[in-house]
Ligand binder design. Structure first.
Ligand code: GDD
Ligand code: MN
Length: 408
């Protein structure tokens, strides 16, 4: 048994799971168009055949312009060693042996990190994914798709001999995924597929953090995939070796969905609701209450103005106070995009209008809560202030400080 020492194993990338926008300069191999990762764990009985079939196919379709990357997780059956021996006969074959990390999804990303291709793909190492479909997947990428997915659930697709239980489990998982992450899972007919390819540019620099088996969900959830294409395929029966799927993969799948969902929700919430801005707005509002009171006190005690006039005057001073702070601080970044006295005056008038409308709204809410719902009048006032604060903030953001003159 001779191991070809001139073709060493690929170094295992470490650090974050992130594919670089261009192949790592430290890689000694010449860049290719297509890099296909074959993740393996105890596929010793399949490795020779799959390497042979894939090489024959790709030698024809993309002569010298592809690479096969076997990523093995230190299989007890020494798949990595068998693959390494094959390198002598298959010049486009590379092998990575991971000894510390484990798991299907991370194996795929590590393989892509070491890849030189513009298009990055993955195929199971047990011949359950029919290799010919690769050509069709490549074609759809050439026609502009960012992501080409082999699907069991469109025309030309299927599962060979799955029992009812396995079918139901697979579909149930998909349905659950649709409920938890509709905008990710809903983009493909077969989100559980482990047979796909993606343009490097669509996932480059996206920080991946996959859990478990379903790498496609991670690519859809975190990548910048615009156009998706699907190609039907029939999931073959395993001839050699055995599946590594246990109940654990189902739990990991659910946790993976939850992780992607919470991430999506936090960023969406932040986009929709600018929390920091709102807090600044609230603080400025609070300062206005003190200004209002102080001025009211001065007008009544020092100048002896009538109560109605004092109320209106002090309120307006508070409005000016709030406007200045908001214009400099709360919405300062927006205000600076529209400099000039005229623009500022316009914002000031709008702000006054919104405040006036806010007072009317507050009065309506207090009487509604108090008279119609029997809420205690002070509680009603408090609730009304809270609602009006939100309303004021929102209208001011969308109206008073809206960027009206877009400068090129
Ligand atoms: N490196 C590495 N590390 N490879 C692994 C690991 C691991 O921890 N676990 C599994 N693999 C490899 C297997 O050797 C095989 O080549 C491939 O990943 C798929 O594993 P199977 O155990 O055969 O999974 P399956 O037959 O149930 O397939 C299901 O998952 C696939 C992958 O997501 C189906 O859902 C397929 O459609 C899907 O492609
Ligand atoms: Mn399999």
């Amino acid at each position: 048994m001779s191991i070809n020492l001139s073709r060493p194993l690929l170094a295992v990338p470490s650090g974050v799971l992130q594919v670089p926008p261009v192949p790592d300069a430290a890689l000694t191999t010449r860049p290719v168009y297509f890099s296909l990762v074959v993740p393996t764990y105890n596929e010793g009985k399949n490795i020779r055949q799959i390497v042979q079939i894939l090489s024959r196919l790709l030698d024809q379709a993309l002569p010298n312009d592809y690479e096969l990357i076997v990523v093995d997780d230190n299989s007890p059956d020494r798949t990595w060693e068998l693959a390494q021996q094959l390198m002598a006969d298959y010049p486009q074959l590379r092998v990575m042996r991971r000894q510390t990390e484990r798991g299907l999804s991370t194996a795929v990303i590590r393989g892509w990190q070491a890849a030189t291709g513009q298009v990055l793909g993955v195929i199971d190492g047990d011949l359950q994914h029919p290799p010919e479909v690769l050509i069709e997947l490549l074609n759809t990428i050439e026609h502009g798709a960012d992501l080409a997915v082999g699907s069991r659930h469109i025309e030309g697709g299927g599962t060979s001999d799955w029992g009812l239980v396995r079918r139901m489990l697979s579909r149930g998982a998909q349905l659950l995924g649709l409920m938890i992450l509709p905008r990710v899972i809903g983009r493909v007919s077969d989100p559980m597929s482990g047979y796909f390819m993606v343009r490097r540019a669509a996932i480059a620099e996206c920080l991946m953090n996959p859990l478990g088996y379903k790498i496609l969900i991670e690519v859809l959830g975190r990548g910048n995939v615009e156009e998706v294409a699907e190609v039907g395929y029939v999931f073959q029966e395993r001839q050699e070796g055995e599946s590594k799927v246990t109940w654990r993969q189902y739990v990991e799948y659910l946790m993976h969905l939850a992780k992607l969902r919470s991430r999506g929700r936090i960023t969406r919430l932040r986009e929709r609701f600018p929390i920091a801005r709102f807090l600044r707005f609230g603080l400025v509002g609070l300062s206005g209450v003190f200004v209002d009171f102080a001025v009211f006190y001065l007008l009544r005690t020092q100048l002896g103005l009538p109560i109605a006039r004092s109320t209106i005057l002090s309120a307006e001073v508070a409005v000016v106070n709030n406007f200045l702070w908001n214009d400099l601080w709360t919405f300062g970044d927006i205000a600076r995009q529209q400099p000039g006295k005229r623009q500022r005056l316009r914002r000031f008038f709008k702000f006054n209008l919104v405040c006036l409308a806010g007072i009317i709204l507050q009065a309506l809410l207090v009487s509604l809560l108090h008279d119609a719902f029997g809420v205690n009048e002070f509680a009603a006032k408090l609730g009304a202030i809270a609602i009006v604060t939100f309303w004021n903030f929102w209208i001011n953001l969308k109206l008073s400080w809206r960027v009206t003159d877009v400068r090129k």
